[in-house]
Design a protein around this ligand. Sequence first.
Ligand code: C2E
Ligand code: CA
Ligand code: CA
Ligand code: CA
Length: 279
Amino acid sequence: VKEEGRNSYRFFTPEMQAHSSRMLALGNALKQALPRGELYLEYQPQVSLHDDCIIGAEALLRWNHPQWGMVSPAEFIPLAEANGLIVPIGEWVLQTALRQLRAWLDSGLPMMTMAVNLSAVQFGQPGLTDMVSQLLQQTGVPPEGLELELTEAVAMKTPEVAAQKMQELSQRGIRLSIDDFGTGYSSLSYLKRFHINQLKIDQSFVRDIGTDPDDQAIATAIVQIAHSLGMTTIAEGVETAEQLDYLRAQGCDQVQGYHFSRPLPPDHFEAFVRTNLQA
Ligand code: C2E
Ligand code: CA
Ligand code: CA
Ligand code: CA
């Protein structure tokens, strides 16, 4: 429906009709997705540029629907946020990801951080800090093993409440990362007030490193801001050696992307780590 964007009059076209019935159907089916076991997680390796070791994983949610097949999280997460399902689903994601990290540590993998995406709706839940703490206790994962990825929208919606919550979480040792950094409309002033450990350079700035000097400049600036405020940086969507070389030369701390690995099912992730340990 993007074509209608510039018109001031809006018509309910057949395409819009089809779009909204799909959304309706997806939203309904999503209610059954968790109990029916249609949701699962994949894990994408995060690599340190200081020693080229795998130092973490980002948990990414997947939905395999019996009729429609794979539905993209970019499509169903906004629906889950709109109807509140993101709260139970998000809790399941946290629990599953922490249990997975526990299992990997028990099977001898080195300590890693598990990065979990948290939507603004989840962040706004009153009992969030206690819920997360409880899951950490249940799974025996040290708080430093969990990194919550928050977007700028989370930080900006209610800055005072957000600052308070971030402080609670970081006081318990949980790490916080700002996802898609630079793509929102926020002021930079929140960075010094919030307890943030890491800025995540969005893939839209990484994609054209090598062809677009503006994107290069933005990536460089983010690394500099982060470092001067005592934070680290991770770049996502790294697909080429050229992007990797540039980010490394700028002092970017970590990278993640298809150049190293796509998001993997748990057994493939474990094999990937073991192979790279021996190399
Ligand atoms: P995101 O957090 O910005 O995640 C990065 C996306 O880029 C992921 O898409 C990942 O699979 C993809 N990606 C990773 N490396 C590359 C690369 O080298 N090139 C390209 N082109 N793409 C790459 P995915 O898995 O489809 O997730 C889309 C979005 O859905 C995520 O964006 C995140 O905002 C949301 N999401 C995924 N899982 C969860 C979840 O458990 N909870 C919440 N609240 N949101 C989630
Ligand atoms: Ca993320
Ligand atoms: Ca991201
Ligand atoms: Ca992103």
